[in-house]
Design a protein around this ligand. Structure first.
Ligand SMILES: C[S@@+](CC[C@H](N)C(=O)[O-])C[C@H]1O[C@@H](n2cnc3c(N)ncnc32)[C@H](O)[C@@H]1O
Length: 201
């Protein structure tokens, strides 16, 4: 297993600055991967262990997470979708040059068509509209399309906006793997996000 802590050491995740901004403004409008570093290290181990070669991120924000994962794994196919809200805050969006990008609503029929055309995706990460209905729609669309694993971000979230992810996660049948780790970068001994990885099997 490669040393993902080392490989990710230069990447910025949800740290104390992000937390301060979030507490003051109620939204994490900062240009970094909006993730718990510990959980992404564990996700990288999962990706290696399961030989994930294609990755789609729904809700890619400024592109930091999808770009970082692609730098580490050089996926055969990398894709992202977002409504483009980062641009409204004047952030540059940086995606891998080979990324297939859908700018628009992941709940739209056009997205569903685009998703079918992508074909088999080994790992889809749903991290966009965190409402129950929004996640359910994203999950169902991707479960209908060829896939191996579908991950949902926020299954152990501590804010009310995580209620949807928690509920969906509790309802899903199938094989479920949980990556739920303390958020050390904000000096919390508790998890604040959590990633659930589902497969049909
Ligand atoms: C929490 S951020 C994603 C963070 C990103 N995955 C990361 O790790 O840095 C949520 C993103 O979902 C996008 N989003 C929200 N609803 C969406 C929808 N219906 N379709 C596509 N993107 C959506 C927002 O524009 C925002 O960029």
């Amino acid at each position: 297993m490669r040393d993902y802590r080392k490989l990710l050491e230069l990447a910025r995740f949800w740290d104390k600055d992000t937390e301060r901004f979030f507490q003051e403004n109620g939204r994490p409008i900062v240009d970094r991967a909006l993730q718990n570093r510990e959980e992404i290290i564990a996700l990288c181990e999962f990706i290696e262990e399961h030989d994930i070669r294609s990755y789609l991120e729904i809700g890619s924000w400024t592109g930091r997470l999808v770009s970082t994962l692609h730098e580490v794994f050089n996926f055969d196919l990398v894709a992202a979708c977002d409504i483009g809200s980062a641009k409204q805050f004047d952030f540059d969006v940086s995606l891998p040059s080979s990324a297939l990008y859908f700018e628009g609503n992941s709940h739209s029929p056009i997205f569903e068509n685009w998703r079918y055309k992508l074909g088999q995706i080994d790992l889809v990460l749903i991290d966009s509209d965190h409402s129950y209905d929004g996640i359910k729609k994203d999950f169902e669309t991707n479960a209908r399309a060829p896939h191996r694993f579908i991950a949902i971000q926020g299954i152990a979230g501590t804010t009310r906006s995580s209620d949807g992810a928690k509920r969906i996660w509790s309802e899903l049948l199938g094989t479920k793997i949980e990556i739920v780790l303390p958020h050390l970068e904000i000096e919390s001994t508790e998890p604040t996000m959590g990633i659930g990885i589902w497969s049909d099997g």
